[in-house]
Design a binder for this molecule. Structure first.
Ligand SMILES: [Zn+2]
Ligand SMILES: [Zn+2]
Length: 170
């Protein structure tokens, strides 16, 4: 059996990458590791982890309910981390810039769309996220949305579907 690779795109097996953070067996040691594990939690539909690692957002019952419902309606396709500032094991602040690709998850509609030759549109979140380390645990503090990201024409497209950008979201 081939070990399942981690959804965060690290190239590592899930079991030794984000899974220990999602199960609570370990704390993410860096801001980037926390960011990646939060992406993986969206991918795996684990809202409790997302809420537990978000200091300011989702603080009201309504916001929590929204996240729980929203997370079931999205399919996450790809993560690219561009840049990390601080966020190391000895830091208290960290910044991670990334693009994450997703599309609506509509199991009722998907097969019919496929038959009609249509595909769910892929969107992206291009964000600079801020993190803080509190009592040894990294938490998400806030995010700044950036202008839509475009990969280079001949580079693999940011959406992660395997085509060159110029033949995809170019
Ligand atoms: Zn991972
Ligand atoms: Zn694309």
């Amino acid at each position: 059996m081939i070990a399942r690779s981690c959804p965060c795109g690290s190239g590592q097996p899930f079991a030794t990458c984000c899974e220990p953070y999602l199960t609570g067996a370990a704390n993410a040691p860096t801001a980037e590791a926390l960011m990646r594990s939060r992406y993986t939690a969206f991918h795996e539909r684990k809202p409790d982890y997302i809420l537990a690692t978000d200091r300011t957002g989702s603080s009201t019952p309504a916001a929590r309910a929204d996240l729980r419902s929203e997370i079931t309606r999205m399919e996450w396709l790809n993560l690219i981390v561009f840049d990390t500032k601080q966020g190391g094991p000895q830091d208290t602040l960290g910044e991670v810039t990334f693009v994450a690709a997703f599309r609506p998850h509509m199991p009722d509609l998907g097969p019919a769309m496929k038959l009609a030759g249509m595909e769910m549109p892929i969107s992206q979140i291009h964000e600079r996220s801020r993190f803080e380390r509190e009592d040894g645990r990294w938490v998400y503090v806030s995010g700044e949305h950036l202008a839509p990201y475009k990969s280079a024409a001949n580079a693999p497209c940011w959406c992660g579907q395997g085509k060159k950008t110029k033949h995809c979201h170019g």
